[in-house]
Design a protein around this ligand. Structure first.
Ligand SMILES: [Zn+2]
Length: 277
């Protein structure tokens, strides 16, 4: 299974927030990745960050971080734009302490701008963050996530363009979000291959070497994503065709489960893949 990695988004519930338990649970479950959820802000000191990083390194768990939700790079309000940039810069600063190599973030909504205008604002913001704080990350990169809501920046086209234009930026493909945004069109081998192929054609090995996937079930309305659901039930997307492609081509993505019980989801994903082998 080469370098494919599986893990949850956020701490397993059973760890009750205790860092050492988090990593022992992941090891016992034979999982290899964790996406640290800084979704409500990075509210810890440098010592705590370092402690998390040490546990990650000692247990061989590959770390990513989900940056705060309160990022809105194209907000109508200038102060919100500035604070959003500050949050991503802070994530870059914390990354080496936490042993984090990938910082996943949502760019935010279009805020009434045209998609073209929003693109320019988001691109300039990421460029500025990267110039200001990229060197602090010690090799950590910013991973813009595909958006599930129609009103949010983050279509496949936008992310390809962004990652093409800005150094230090690569995509996180959230398959549930793309499924919701396309109203359920991601369902078979061809639809998965089409999307992976577009990223690979445009971004090449930078994409292939840093493949980062979010998986979960999802419900949606005409506005896009509504809420995350378990996998393997009545909710799409069916990730089996994706797993089959990964196995056939030999890609080595990291799969992060964003199901309501993310540890269960990570195990489900891992077992699904192992069953193909
Ligand atoms: Zn996601």
């Amino acid at each position: 299974m080469a370098d494919i990695k599986f893990g949850p988004a956020g701490y397993p519930v059973a760890a009750k927030g205790r860092v050492s338990r988090v990593f022992s649970i992941l090891k016992e479950a034979k999982l290899s990745a964790l996406e640290y959820a800084a979704v409500y802000g990075l509210r810890m000191g440098l010592e705590k960050a370092e402690m998390i990083g040490n546990h990650a390194r000692d247990s061989g768990i590959s770390m990513s971080m989900h940056a705060p939700y309160y990022v809105s790079l194209a907000s109508k309000k200038q102060d919100i734009r500035e604070r959003s940039k500050g949050r991503l810069a802070k994530a870059l600063q914390f990354a080496p302490l936490m042993h984090v190599k990938r910082i996943v973030f949502h760019a935010g909504g279009y805020s009434g701008l045209s998609q073209e205008e929003a693109y320019a604002v988001v691109r300039d913001a990421i460029e500025e963050i990267w110039e200001r704080a990229g060197h602090l990350g010690d090799g950590a990169i910013l991973m813009a996530e595909t958006a599930g809501k129609m009103g949010a920046f983050g279509s496949v086209e936008e992310l390809i363009r962004l990652c093409h234009d800005v150094d230090g930026c690569l995509p996180t493909i959230d398959w549930a979000h793309l499924y919701a945004r396309s109203k359920g069109k991601i369902k078979d081998r061809d639809s998965y291959l089409d999307i992976i192929g577009r990223f690979e054609d445009e971004l090449g090995n930078r994409f292939v070497d840093n493949m980062h996937f979010h998986v979960s079930g999802v419900t949606y309305t005409k506005r896009g994503e509504k809420s995350h659901r378990p996998m393997g039930g009545k909710w799409g997307p069916d990730i089996l065709p994706l797993m089959q492609i990964v196995k056939d081509v030999g890609y080595t993505p990291t799969f992060i489960s964003e199901t309501p019980n993310s540890l269960e989801g990570a195990l489900y994903t891992k077992h699904l893949f192992e069953a193909l082998e």
